[in-house]
Design a protein around this ligand. Structure first.
Ligand code: ADP
Length: 434
C-alpha cells in the first residue's frame, strides 16, 4: 500500500508539530529524521513527515535536501507532497521558502502551489496577505528580533517576491468566503496568468477547510501545520484514506520512566519545580561537568538506585535546567556554547546508558537537548502517537538491542502545562504486568 501524504519539514520540531496534527486528523503517521537510507515498513502508515534541517542553512543545501526527500517520498507513492515551514514564515530574502517551493514545483512537473502558513488555533492568521501573530502584525510580534531570520515585513506577497523570480499572487478572504469552487477558479485564473506561488488568507478553521478542499488535488501544497489538520478530511472524501479508529495507537509501553531536561525556558523551569515537589530528581551543573565526568557517574548511580532499586513505577528526573542567573554565571565562566555542549553531552550519555539498562519511557525537554538525545540513541524514525499537550505527542521508536519499542516524548522549551512531566506518563498506555 502507498502512503497518501508525503511531507518535507524544514526543522525537527516543525515536523513533529505537523505529524501531531495529521494523527489528530486521523492519519497514521511516521516521522523520519533525514531522508531514510534503508527501506521502511509502511504497510500501516498513511503519512510520512521527513524532518530536515533546512530552515536556516544555505539555499543550495536546502534545495538539494528537499529534492532528495521529495524523490524518496514519491518512491513511496505519496499522492500529495506538503512542504512544511513555520507558521511565522521564518525565512530571509535569500530563502529558503521561495527557492525550495520553486524547486519542488518544478520537479513535480506542476505549475502552481499555495502558501498557507496560518495556524488559527495558535493565533497565526493571514489577512490580505498580511501575517498576524495574535493581534500584532508579524513585524511587530517579536519575530523582528529573531537571531537567524528576523521577520521585518508582514506582507507575505512582498516577502516571498524577494525570494523568487516568479510572480507571487494572493487568494484573499473575500474569495474564500465564496467557497472552495470559487477559490479553485481563482487559483486557475492565476495559473493561466503564470502565477506560480499563491499566498492564501486564512482567518479561522473554516477558511482552512475551504482551502483544503480547493487544493487537495494539487501535487504540492506548502504551509504550516494548520493546513495539515484540514487535509485528511478531504483525502477521506476522495476515498484516498480509509477511516481509522485510533491513528495514534502505539504498542503498550514498557520499562521504567525517566525525564531528562536541558531546557531553561520558563515553562520547563516551572515543570521541573512541579515534578520535584512530587518525585525525585538529580541536578547537573555545567561547572562540575567542565571539571570532570564524575557528576555523570553520580547521576547514573542516583538514577539506577531510584529506577531499579525500589518502586519501579515512579518517574525520575535528571536536569540541568536552571534559572537565568545561574545559566548566565555558567556561561560567563565557560562560554555559552561550551556550557550548552557539556550539558547536552552529559544528558545524551545518560540517555544512552539508561535506555540500555531498561528505561522504556523517556521524556526529553529542550529542542537542542532532544536533538542530542535522538542522535545519541541513533534514532532515525518515530511513530507518532497521542498528543500529551498541544504540539507534543508521545512517539515510539525501535532501539538496537531493545526488544520492545522505546516510548519517547520530545518537548520543546516553552511547550506543555506545569504538570507535563508527570501527566505525560499517566497519558501513556502501559503493558500490564503479570
Ligand atoms: P529550549 O527548547 O528550552 O530552547 P534547548 O535544549 O533547545 O531548550 O536549549 C537549552 C540549551 O541550554 C542547551 O544547549 C542546554 O545544553 C543548555 N543548558 C542547559 N542547562 C544549562 C545550564 N544550567 N547552564 C548553561 N546552559 C545550559
Amino acid at each position: 500500500m502507498s502512503i497518501v501524504l508525503g511531507a518535507i519539514a524544514d526543522d525537527f520540531t516543525g515536523a513533529t508539530d505537523l505529524a501531531n496534527n495529521l494523527v489528530r486528523a486521523g492519519m497514521r503517521t511516521l516521522q523520519v529524521i533525514g531522508v531514510p537510507q534503508a527501506a521502511l515498513a509502511l504497510d500501516d502508515v498513511d503519512a510520512v513527515v521527513v524532518a530536515l534541517k533546512s530552515r536556516s542553512c544555505p539555499v543550495r543545501e536546502a534545495v538539494s535536501d528537499s529534492l532528495a526527500a521529495l524523490d524518496w517520498l514519491r518512491g513511496q507513492g505519496a499522492r500529495q507532497i506538503f512542504f512544511k515551514y513555520c507558521s511565522t514564515f521564518d525565512s530571509t530574502d535569500q530563502g529558503n521558502i521561495g527557492p525550495v517551493a520553486e524547486a519542488l514545483v518544478e520537479r513535480l512537473g506542476s505549475e502552481q502551489t499555495v502558501m498557507v502558513p496560518a495556524f488559527p488555533a495558535n493565533g497565526r492568521t493571514v489577512y490580505q496577505g498580511h501575517l498576524f501573530v495574535g493581534d500584532r502584525l508579524l513585524n511587530d510580534s517579536g519575530m523582528q528580533h529573531h537571531p537567524l531570520n528576523p521577520m521585518t515585513d508582514a506582507d507575505l506577497v512582498r516577502v516571498l517576491s524577494r525570494q523568487t523570480s516568479y510572480t507571487v499572487g494572493l487568494l484573499a478572504r473575500p474569495t474564500l468566503d465564496e467557497g472552495s469552487g470559487t477559490a479553485r477558479e481563482h487559483l486557475e485564473t492565476l495559473r493561466e496568468q503564470g502565477v506560480r506561488h499563491v499566498i492564501c488568507d486564512t482567518l479561522d478553521e473554516s477558511d482552512l477547510e475551504v482551502l483544503a478542499a480547493a487544493v487537495v488535488q494539487f501535487p504540492l501544497v506548502t504551509g504550516g501545520s494548520g493546513l495539515g489538520q484540514a487535509l485528511p478530511a478531504e483525502y477521506r472524501r476522495l476515498g484516498w484514506l480509509a477511516p481509522v479508529e485510533n491513528a495514534g495507537r502505539l504498542v503498550p509501553a514498557s520499562g521504567v520512566a525517566l525525564v531528562l531536561s536541558g531546557s531553561c525556558s520558563r515553562a520547563t523551569l516551572a515543570q521541573v519545580e512541579h515534578f520535584l515537589s512530587r518525585h525525585e530528581g538529580f541536578a547537573l551543573d555545567p561547572l562540575a561537568l567542565a571539571e570532570s565526568d564524575a557528576q555523570i557517574g553520580q547521576a547514573l548511580d542516583f538514577a539506577r538506585e531510584q529506577l531499579f532499586g525500589g518502586d519501579t513505577s515512579a518517574p525520575v528526573l535528571i536536569y540541568a535546567s536552571a534559572k537565568p542567573e545561574s545559566v548566565k554565571a555558567a556561561q560567563q565562566r565557560l562560554g555559552a556554547a561550551r556550557a550548552g555542549e557539556l550539558v547536552e553531552r552529559a544528558l545524551a550519555e545518560l540517555a544512552r546508558a539508561l535506555v540500555n539498562e531498561g528505561v522504556g519511557r523517556l521524556v526529553v525537554a529542550g529542542g537542542e537537548t532532544s536533538g542530542a538525545v535522538v542522535s545519541a540513541l541513533g534514532i532515525s524514525e518515530l511513530r507518532i502517537g497521542e498528543q500529551i499537550d498541544p504540539g507534543v505527542p508521545w512517539t515510539q521508536t525501535s532501539i538496537e538491542g531493545r526488544e520492545a519499542p522505546l516510548s519517547l516524548a520530545l518537548k520543546s522549551g516553552n511547550f506543555g502545562d506545569v504538570d507535563f512531566f508527570s501527566r505525560a506518563f499517566d497519558a501513556l498506555p502501559q503493558e500490564r504486568l503479570p
